[in-house]
Design a binder for this molecule. Structure first.
Ligand code: MLT
Length: 318
């Protein structure tokens, strides 16, 4: 197949695709605006951060497959793809540990004010007293919102650090999830507001859907205790950012954010975010999945999806 890879892709897996006989057009710096032109003659498109709107797909006559090298597909116009008969596949789970590790890193960093601490020292300020209010995380209650692969990996890490892990009881969870949750020692509560009221940390691990838009809103934020830490390594869509800014001002809470409502359409660009600039926020660049381990695992699955598709089977179609 002729494949456009419009984001960075590990060299070994790119070579593997070529050795398998695919004609790869590797454009790690492609922008959304260039996609339409570059897609001419391509049967498959692989993207990570580059947004894929309907305008990129409309004229792509040969295109049959779009692979999102990650789990979320909110950056792809799936409705347009389906109208045009193009399959959209994702790569679920392969980057879960990396995302959970980042969420945990943000938690530890916020608890110990690591970023402010480093910045002060770089500016040659020695102010030990300023950093005497860390709470410590042992025995703290953490509410994990979403018990998919990432949520469970985060919950495992939290339990290993001696935190008490809570989640919302929900019908329809698989036996495998329930077994894993039980081995971690997850306690279940009835609803999100109870979780917000009782936990010291809330960590979001659900996809962006109509049901999850602004899951963290003013009502929910009104329930949280002072000094709560809110972590979002999933999607900006889950948080009402204005409500969070107000809560950061009014209440003594902090947030660790890897994702924002309005992110640039490619992996480099400009971002306007009042949240990212807020002193109570530690923000990163949607880098949850940016580890070599995760990117290689994702790329290996991309190769498998391409190969399986070429032989007539569609894997992980969303
Ligand atoms: C995901 O959807 O899994 C992440 O957004 C992936 C990524 O940023 O690479």
């Amino acid at each position: 197949m002729r494949i456009l890879l419009a984001d960075a892709f590990p060299a070994a897996h790119l070579a593997e695709l070529t050795e398998l006989g695919h004609d790869c057009d590797y454009r790690p710096d492609a922008t959304t605006d260039q996609l339409a032109e570059r897609l001419t003659g391509c049967e498959a498109l692989v993207v990570r951060s580059t947004r894929v709107p309907a305008s990129a797909l409309d004229g792509a006559d040969a295109l049959r497959l779009v692979i999102r090298a990650g789990s979320g597909t909110n950056t792809i116009d799936c409705e347009a793809a389906s109208r045009l008969g193009i399959h959209v596949c994702n790569v679920p789970g392969r980057n879960a540990v990396a995302v959970a590790e980042l969420a945990f890193a943000l938690l530890l960093a916020l608890d110990r004010s690591i970023c402010d601490n480093v910045a002060d020292l770089r500016a040659e300020r020695w102010d030990k007293k300023r950093y005497s209010r860390a709470r410590g995380i042992l025995g703290r209650r953490v509410g994990v919102i979403g018990l998919g692969q990432v949520g469970l990996a985060f919950a495992e890490r939290a339990a290993a650090f001696g935190m008490e892990v809570y989640a919302v009881a929900k019908p329809g969870r698989s036996q495998e999830t329930l077994d894993r949750a039980s081995s971690i020692g997850v306690h279940f509560v009835d609803d999100l507001h109870t979780l917000a009221r009782t936990c010291d940390v809330l960590s979001l691990h659900v996809p962006a859907t109509d049901d999850t838009r602004h899951l963290i809103d003013a009502d929910l934020l009104a329930q949280v205790q002072p000094r709560t830490i809110i972590l979002n390594t999933s999607r900006g869509h889950l948080v009402d950012e204005d409500a969070l800014i107000e809560a950061l001002e009014d209440k003594d809470i902090r947030a660790g954010l890897d994702v924002y409502a309005d992110e640039p359409a490619t992996s480099t660009g400009h971002i306007e975010s009042r949240l990212a600039k807020h002193p109570n926020v530690y923000g990163t660049h949607h880098i949850g999945a940016s580890t070599e381990q995760a990117q290689q695992a994702v790329a290996a699955e991309v190769v498998r999806i391409v190969e399986t598709f070429a032989s007539g089977t569609v894997l992980h179609c969303v």
